[in-house]
Design a protein around this ligand. Structure first.
Ligand code: PA5
Length: 421
């Protein structure tokens, strides 16, 4: 098994009849999604992406391989769905890599560290914005483009790759005028569902990850989410979220036992928050890295207001593991662990924490990842994508728009004195 869900504790909390009602509702939602007849069905292109072939991605593979083989850095400029998918996959699977991310905040400090690094190293730039008009990546691109032009002169055109809307936007115009290489984000795929378009795949290939395995894992996630699969994890997960929400649990904590997959949770928070949080509804998606956060937020989870539930992310098998050494002096009293590996202690920490939180009335379930690799990770991401579509449909929300994101922008533009068009 590559990905499985253990929700046995929830089946002890809720009656079978209640669980069945929510299951039926969730199956209806899956029907809506797969028949493409639910709200926002003009944005369901992401359901087709796992089945695209590598041949179809020919140009992307060529440019990605060019960057990988150059051993240069790749600076990815983008925010929200235009950076989190690539960041999550790459940082989880290849923590030491040639990809740098910028344009997802307005930090002068981060920008100046990056500029220093870029002065010393050769680099490509991939600016990614579906709308082509987002302020944060726009500013970052203006600054980095200036450096590219100064550093590479006439050659700078080959160093910049644009990923944007096929027809409109300031970035598309700029790319056309300057003659940059260009990839498109299909109209029917929203930012937070775009990891399997050029948005995610160009950085993923450039980092050296295996594209075939990425697509195979995504396909597996989609196949396992079919209507006729009795063991459909996405249905179980969405059903559980909906029944917990209706019983007053308004916050979901994604609790990872492996800090290396920290950005999976960051991607998940964007996907879940932006898809479900509308019309006065939605579960607040939060995340913690254990065991680190057991020494900070652990207290609140164990003992604070009982409005939360917890979903653990656990890696079952590690290819790299470290044994705890024997020490003849045993001054630290740790010899009882001396034949054990770190992952063994981590597993016990997970079991102990899950039991403690259950005892503290926090309903829990767990996603088990058999091993951390391209296939399993992508299978999980696709299950999460389908899971949120079903959860949102279950509460009558369109998962594929984000009207609330505009509010901060219009305030900021007014304060900055942006000319009205
Ligand atoms: O998921 C979304 O749609 C958003 O988070 C966008 O990805 C984000 O706002 C960035 O937008 P754009 O790609 O247009 O710059």
């Amino acid at each position: 098994m590559s990905i499985k869900i253990d929700d046995s504790r929830l089946t002890e909390i809720f009656k079978e009849k209640e669980l069945n009602i929510f299951r039926e509702k969730t199956v209806e939602s899956l029907n809506l999604l797969l028949n493409r007849s639910g709200a926002g069905n003009e944005f369901l292109g992401w359901l087709d992406l796992p089945n695209q072939s590598i041949d179809e991605l020919d140009d992307l593979v060529k440019v990605g391989n060019e960057i990988k083989e150059s051993n240069d850095l790749l600076v990815c400029i983008g925010i929200g769905g235009s950076y989190l998918g690539a960041k999550a996959v790459i940082s989880s699977l290849l923590p030491k890599n040639n990809i740098r991310f910028i344009g997802h905040h307005l930090s002068p400090l981060e920008m100046s560290y990056l500029l220093d690094e870029l002065k010393e190293n050769d680099f490509y730039v991939n600016v990614i914005s579906k709308s082509g008009t987002t302020t944060e990546p726009g500013i970052a691109f203006r600054i980095i483009r200036d450096l590219v032009e100064k550093k590479y002169g006439k050659e700078s055109k080959n160093r910049i790759i644009v990923t944007t809307d096929p027809e409109k936007g300031a970035l598309k115009q700029l790319a056309d005028q300057k003659g940059y290489r260009k990839f498109v984000i299909p109209n029917n795929v929203g930012g937070r569902f775009s990891v399997l378009t050029a948005v995610g795949l160009l950085p993923i290939i450039s980092a050296g990850l295996n594209l075939e395995s990425i697509l195979n894992g995504a396909k597996r996630g989609l196949e396992k989410s079919s209507l006729d699969n009795e063991e459909n994890i996405a249905i179980k997960y969405a059903r559980n979220r909906s029944i917990l929400y209706s019983s007053g649990k308004k916050i979901e904590i994604l609790a990872s036992m492996e800090p290396q997959i920290h950005f999976i949770a960051e991607w998940w928070k964007q996907l879940y928050g932006e898809s479900e949080g509308k019309n006065g509804k939605g579960i607040f998606p939060a995340s913690v890295d254990f065991t680190t956060d057991l020494h900070s937020l652990g207290q609140l989870i164990q003992d604070g207001e009982r409005n939360l539930f917890e979903t653990f992310l656990v890696i079952d098998n590690y290819s790299d593991d470290i044994q705890i050494p024997y020490d003849s002096e045993n001054l630290d009293g740790l010899n009882y662990l001396s034949d054990k590996k770190i992952s063994f202690v981590n597993k016990k920490a997970y079991q102990g924490t899950r039991n403690a939180h259950e005892d503290g009335n926090v309903p829990t379930s767990t996603f088990h990842i058999a091993e951390l690799n391209e296939e399993n990770l992508m299978e999980l991401l696709v299950i999460f994508e389908i899971g949120i579509a079903l959860s949102a449909y279950n509460i009558g929300v369109n998962p594929f728009n984000q009207p609330g994101v505009e509010a901060y922008k219009s305030n900021m533009f007014e304060l900055l004195g942006k000319p009205k068009v």
